[in-house]
Ligand binder design. Structure first.
Ligand SMILES: Nc1ncnc2c1ncn2[C@@H]1O[C@@H]2COP(=O)(O)O[C@H]2[C@H]1O
Ligand SMILES: [Fe+2]
Length: 274
């Protein structure tokens, strides 16, 4: 298991910025249902700068690329290079891991499995990708890694990151693409009372729910948004977003989603999929 120690700069908490589902292309003009994803990614980066809210690290929870190209990953790396903080990333269903790895080694981007975040928390990063299909699944090796990471630091509060949502989010078309072996996942999680929160991407919408006694969060994409509680594929009119998380020394997790102002990056609302 690859473990990274993130020093605690504030004695009371560790702050994270989550960016997810950027769906970048090599082509400058590459668009997903009418949204030029490089432009919406950049608008988010600029808005994070403007907000000037401090964070100790960036977490990127998958679907970084839409076209599998090395250039798309280089573009992501170039975008976040405006900040000195480390970035921890994991793959989503659209990622192509050989291209993803091609920007590594990077002084900033880490593809580790465990982050010892300050003195009181650990963050575990899972790979739920099944190459070639939209749904997720955790291999035996990933489940064992999760178990071992949690067992190794029983006193640390835990935040678990994976791309796919491990529960029904409420949209039939999207829930078929959730984590398929979620029972096995929840069995491991259930052994460890220090697991506070699960954090996902994939569903391109905000979610904050308690499931089996654990908080489950999902975060808007930096590009297109899916309409919540829709049986069929449908896009939302709400703007792209990102999330801040604050992990406090007493085990609280404070979090908020931010979005771009105004109705910007409007997609093709009559689209039926991609
Ligand atoms: N109309 C649709 N019905 C079912 N799945 C879809 C549809 N359109 C796109 N998808 C897939 O569902 C995925 C959900 O989010 P992704 O960004 O992973 O990429 C999406 C596609 O792989
Ligand atoms: Fe996805």
């Amino acid at each position: 298991m690859q473990t990274y120690s993130l020093p605690q700069t504030n004695p009371d908490s560790v702050a994270l910025l989550q960016i997810t589902d950027t769906h970048l292309f090599a082509d400058e003009a590459g668009s997903l249902l009418g949204v030029v994803t490089k432009d919406s990614f950049h608008a988010v980066l600029d808005a994070v700068d403007a907000a000037a809210r401090p964070f100790d690290a960036i977490v990127a929870t998958g679907d970084i690329s839409q076209d599998h190209s090395r250039v798309s990953y280089q573009y992501f790396a170039g975008g976040i290079a405006r900040w000195p903080q480390p970035c921890f990333w994991l793959p989503g269903n659209h990622d192509f891991q050989p291209s993803m790895q091609s920007v590594l080694p990077s002084a900033q981007i880490k593809s580790c499995e465990q982050v010892l975040a300050g003195d009181y928390w650990q963050v575990i990063l899972l790979d739920s990708q099944v190459p070639g299909v939209p749904h997720g699944e955790l291999s035996e090796a990933q489940l064992t890694m999760l178990d071992q990471a949690l067992a190794a630091y029983p006193d640390r509060h835990a935040l678990v990151l994976l791309h796919h949502h491990p529960l029904d989010a409420g949209s039939t078309w999207l829930d078929q693409h959730q984590l398929h072996n979620s029972d096995a996942f929840w069995q491991v999680i259930g052994k460890y009372p220090k697991v506070s929160t699960i954090l996902c991407g994939h569903i391109h919408q905000e979610l904050d729910r308690t499931y089996r006694g654990v908080r489950v969060l999902a975060t808007p994409s930096t590009c297109i948004q899916f309409l919540p509680d829709s049986n069929d594929f449908a896009l939302d009119k709400i703007s792209p977003g990102w999330r801040y998380l604050e992990l406090t020394r007493d085990g609280q997790l404070n979090t908020a989603v931010s979005r771009l102002q105004g109705n910007c990056f409007t997609p093709e609302f009559d689209a039926v999929g991609y």
